[in-house]
Design a protein. Structure first.
Length: 560
């Protein structure tokens, strides 16, 4: 009986569909296909969960990794669009943020979006949103950008300044994304106050180092997302802080953080990275270079000991000079010139500086530069050369030009437009990019897989930061790293210790990026190493200093 009553209804529905289809074919009303798509879109808008990401099918330019998809789902389903994305360096936090943004846009839950990033990355964000996610975003250019565009990308420095700040705070933002969010660590800063004052529904904070110097910085970030999540400042201090930099009750702290923060690690094996092949290259200095190095080193030791006895003098200048002479005679000229020309330099030091300056000027050729040219000719592919000093960078570029090698420079202080232009030149036209560390920050160069460390920082984390420009998510080839050092110098000792004691090139970036953020071992580490060198410390004593640093690295990794 039920079937008999059901069939006429089914036949009536089929007849109606046929009639509607016939009318659509005769042009009596709009397209049936358009109606079907509109109906599907409305159904999509009312989907109650995010168990399936609708955006994946609409993004042919990218294939997200499993950890990125799971992160997006967790933010959408469990964290309700307010989260810190704290993946280790190179795991694609921007891809995760893009997925979340795209999902909200498709479902009609987000319309007005503000994305705040370092000024050097504004155009990169706009470009990646357009190419990878088919999202039309606009780089902020004037006061009208905040109101005229639905999705605005700007530097936080611009947004916090008047008259922009007033306009930004007057808007209602569905979603705010902040890249390099560790810059919000101080709740008394204008950066923190701006983000806290924004009228926003969803908030994503992206940073690989949610704690940089003190445990209170983590509290400040969490407060932006979910005030009270970690209790009052007093509660937080008593419950979760062993001291300014060390946590306690870690299990309970991690549980509380899991409700607002997601951190994927390389060591968890969610992503397979290409190999890293390191080739240390030990070079013999020429006779002229050896004379200069020995003379400068002797001068530095004398001045260092005098400073220790009198308490007067510039230790940092001596450390810099010692490292410059390991880089290139051309770089050492900078400090020597300052010494001999500064009006407060004592006469005896000025005279020695003038003598050393004259020695440096007479060096006809640089062993390291010649080796660089040889390597570039052998590789015949794109190469990045890193150096700590602009003077060395200038000389390398000059020598490359003299030998017909097309090269571009990257250094700190470049405007975002110039950085983008230099990156494009390197990618599409030139073989070599010569960069300082400051110039290499915030750029992704996965299209290159050869790195020459012309000179090496004494701190291993700085080396890792360099290599991370190419050895990251999206790199499809094994990365080859060439470390240049000179025999019989402090640089040789440093390179040996770096490889032997820290095994830095076998450690994942994520473990070392914690040191970059969490441990104050920059200038102090350089100072300690200089102190050992000047005092004629044995190789074992220098190893002990690296052992100490290695223990700090392990502790930071365990506490992550």
């Amino acid at each position: 009986m039920k079937k008999a009553r059901f069939m006429p209804e089914l036949e009536w529905q089929e007849s109606l569909v046929e009639t509607l289809f016939a009318r659509e074919q005769r042009g009596e009303w709009d397209s049936w296909e358009l109606f079907r798509l509109a109906l599907e879109a409305e159904r999509t808008r009312v989907v109650p969960t995010f168990d399936q990401l609708l955006s994946i099918e609409q993004l042919p330019e990218i294939t997200p990794f499993p950890h990125q998809i799971e992160t997006a789902k967790k933010v959408l389903n469990e964290l309700h669009g307010r989260a810190i994305l704290a993946d280790e360096v190179g795991l694609g936090k921007t891809i995760e943020a893009g997925l979340i943004l795209k999902e909200y846009l498709i479902r009609g839950l987000v319309k007005k979006v503000l994305i705040l990033v370092p000024s050097s990355l504004v155009l990169q964000w706009v470009r990646e949103l357009s190419v990878k996610f088919k999202i039309q975003a606009w780089a902020q250019k004037n006061a009208y950008s905040w109101t005229d565009y639905e999705i605005v990308v700007s530097s936080i420095d611009t947004a916090k300044r008047d008259p922009h700040r007033e306009i930004v705070l007057a808007q209602e933002w569905d979603l705010v994304i902040v890249d390099e969010a560790h810059k919000l660590k101080n709740r008394k800063s204008k950066n923190w106050e701006l983000i806290n004052s924004l009228r926003k529904k969803y908030l994503l904070l992206l940073t690989a180092t949610p704690v940089q110097n003190e445990m209170k910085e983590l509290y400040n970030l969490i407060t932006l997302l979910k005030p009270g999540q970690l209790g009052s400042t007093t509660d937080y201090s008593s419950m979760f802080m062993e001291n300014r930099r060390l946590p306690k009750n870690r299990t309970e702290l991690k549980r509380a953080l899991s409700e607002v923060m997601i951190r994927n690690k390389r060591s968890e094996g969610s992503v397979q990275f290409t190999n890293r092949i390191v080739e240390p290259i030990l070079l013999e200095l020429s006779a002229d270079e050896r004379t200069l190095y020995d003379s400068v080193s002797e001068f530095i030791k004398e001045q260092y000991e005098a400073i220790e006895q009198t308490g007067k003098g510039n230790v940092l200048q001596l450390i810099t000079l010692q490292r410059q002479i390991c880089s290139s005679p051309y770089a050492a000229l900078v400090s020597l010139k300052s010494m001999k020309e500064h009006p407060k330099t004592p006469a005896g030091i000025r005279e020695r500086a003038e003598q050393l300056y004259a020695l440096a000027e007479q060096i006809p050729a640089y062993t390291k530069v010649n080796k660089c040219l040889e390597l570039i000719q052998q590789i015949e592919e794109k190469v990045i050369i890193f150096t700590e000093y602009r003077a060395t960078q200038d000389f390398i570029l000059y020598m490359l030009q003299q030998h017909g090698v097309k090269a571009v420079m990257f250094r700190g202080g470049f405007k975002k437009s110039k950085k983008d232009w230099m990156t494009e030149l390197f990618k599409n036209r030139f073989q070599v990019l010569v960069a300082t560390e400051a110039g290499g920050e915030g750029i992704n160069l996965q299209f290159c897989h050869h790195v020459i460390n012309f000179d090496l920082p004494w701190n291993p984390m700085r080396v890792e930061q360099r290599i991370g420009r190419v050895h990251r998510l999206g790199q499809t080839k094994d990365v080859k790293v060439y470390n240049l050092s000179t025999k019989g110098t402090i640089e040789e000792h440093i390179v040996n210790l770096l490889h032997e004691k820290i095994n830095m090139f076998e450690l994942v970036i994520g473990e070392l990026d914690l040191i970059l953020g969490n441990l104050k071992v920059g200038r102090q580490f350089d100072h300690d190493m200089m102190d050992l060198f000047v005092k004629g410390a044995s190789q074992d004593e220098m190893k002990a200093k690296y052992d100490e640093l290695g223990e700090k690295l392990k502790d930071a990794s365990l506490n992550a």
